[in-house]
Structures are given as C-alpha cells and as structure tokens.
Write a protein that binds this ligand. Structure first.
Ligand code: AMP
Length: 248
C-alpha cells in the first residue's frame, strides 16, 4: 500500500504574522516558512504505519511555487520515499488542492491519503473533506489514533464531545489532529540522504487543473490592538466594571 501525504508550505507557527503595508496579504518575504504543523503530524503517522510494515511507500506532495521543494525535502529527510511537486504560482483554494490530489490519486492509487486537518494560513479545514467527496471514498477527519487491519482503518476522532471511534474501509482520506503523535526531529545525515531521493515536478496545467481563483481576497487587515487591562480589587468591582461596559 502507498500512502500519499500532503505537505503545505506555511508561515512557521512561531512567527508573528504581519499584514503587508498595502493590505494585499500576509508578509512572507524574509519570513521563516515551514511544513504546516498538522501535515508534519500526518507524515509522521504515515511513516509509523510504514515502519510497522503496513505500507510500502510514503509519497509527499505539495502544491505551490518552487519554494515548496524546501518543505518536500524536509519531508524526504523525515523518511518519505519520494516527493511530487505540483507547480503553480497561484495560491490554491481547498477545492483546487482537492482536485490536484484527486489527479495524484489516479496516478498513484494510494491506500491512504493523509492531510492535515487544516492549514494554519487560511484555517479552511476543507481540503480533506472535499477530496473524499471527489474520490467518493470514506473519510476519517481529526484523527487522534489510527489502527489498520484487514483493509480497514479504526480511527479515533477528536470531536467536540470527546473522542469518537469509527471504522472505515480503505482506500480513504484521513486528516490529522494535534494529539495523533509527536513528529520526529530531522537528523543531519537524513537531510543529506534526502537530497538523493526522487522529487518529480509537474505543472498544475499538465494535470488538467484550472487555477482561476474561486475566491478573491479583497483586503487584509490586522486585528485591532487590544486595549490595556485593568486590575480590580474585588468580585463586586469586577461585576461593576462589566456592567459599565454593558457586558452584564
Ligand atoms: P485547508 O483545507 O486549506 O485547511 O487544508 C487542509 C490540508 O490540505 C492541509 O493541512 C494540507 O495537508 C492540504 N493542503 C491544502 N493546500 C495544500 C497545498 N497547496 N499543498 C499541499 N497540501 C495542501
């Protein structure tokens, strides 16, 4: 079985995001970029499945400009076998990304397509669900535990009420939640080895995918600055302040 893992290049989660001065987007020049944290977790899980002998190959894929190859190389250094870069200069929306992954599924026939539950840049949380619909296969989103047996997956999902466990037939789409695992650190020799692993590039147009944006971002603005806090001496004073502000 092959596992296809999606890695999105995003602003590193430790970076304080700044809106560009002209309000056309978020500043990425000179900013540290990383693999979307949920995608790193998805890759870690795929690698563990392979290490348990339940998969033969882990393929990482990313959609974007040539820069995404940095994240693909990191994925290869973590242990993925090969990488596919789907090249486009246009920032893709979830439906376009799902259509691309569908094309890769047609080429690779994976048993599992593992994505992050959401990309931390746009927080859409849509691509995995859309992909399952396009593929017409089961989905296990927000996975916090995955067990495979007899062509099925038993997946514990993080839902509002706690944990829900479902069983799905493979092939299927899975999306990772935060508590699924702790991704491994990349070691220097693995970075060197990763340089020799195969990384194929395909232009998004050659997959027959239109990149016209479904959504136009009109403007970006940072959240308003927080006003200073006020220390109160008692519960009564707190209640009074809240009433003054019309919050009670
Ligand atoms: P979203 O629906 O945008 O929150 O993204 C959910 C997941 O889809 C991400 O965590 C990635 O695994 C995958 N994904 C979305 N866009 C891309 C992209 N451009 N390249 C690689 N993976 C992506």
């Amino acid at each position: 079985m092959k596992i296809l893992v999606a890695l999105k290049r995003v602003v590193d989660y430790n970076v304080r995001v700044r809106v560009k001065s002209d309000g056309t987007g978020v500043e990425t020049d000179g900013v540290k970029m990383s693999i979307n944290p949920f995608d790193e977790i998805a890759l870690e899980e795929a690698l563990r499945i392979k290490e348990r002998g339940e998969a033969e190959e882990v393929i990482v894929c990313s959609i974007g400009s040539n820069d995404v190859q940095q994240q693909l190389r990191t994925g290869l250094a973590m242990g993925a076998d090969r990488a596919i870069h789907v090249e486009t200069e246009v920032a893709t929306q979830p439906l376009t990304a799902a259509r691309v992954f569908m094309k890769l599924i047609e080429r690779e026939s994976p048993g599992i397509v593992f994505l992050g539950k959401q990309a931390i840049d746009d927080d859409c949380n849509q691509t995995g669900q859309m992909l399952a619909a396009l593929w017409d296969r089961p989905q296990a989103t927000f996975a916090s535990k995955v067990e495979l047996a007899d062509g099925k997956a038993t997946v514990a999902r993080e839902v509002d009420a706690g944990l829900e466990t479902i069983e799905i037939d493979l092939p299927a789409v899975m999306t990772s939640d935060l508590r699924l695992n702790e991704p491994r650190f990349v070691k220097l020799p693995d970075i060197m080895k990763a340089k020799r692993k195969p990384l194929d590039t395909v232009a998004i147009g050659d997959l027959g995918i239109e990149t016209a944006a479904d959504i136009e971002s009109v403007s970006f603005e940072p959240p308003p600055k927080r006003g200073g806090g006020k220390m109160v001496g008692s519960v009564a004073e707190l209640v009074g302040e809240l009433k003054n502000k019309g919050l009670l």
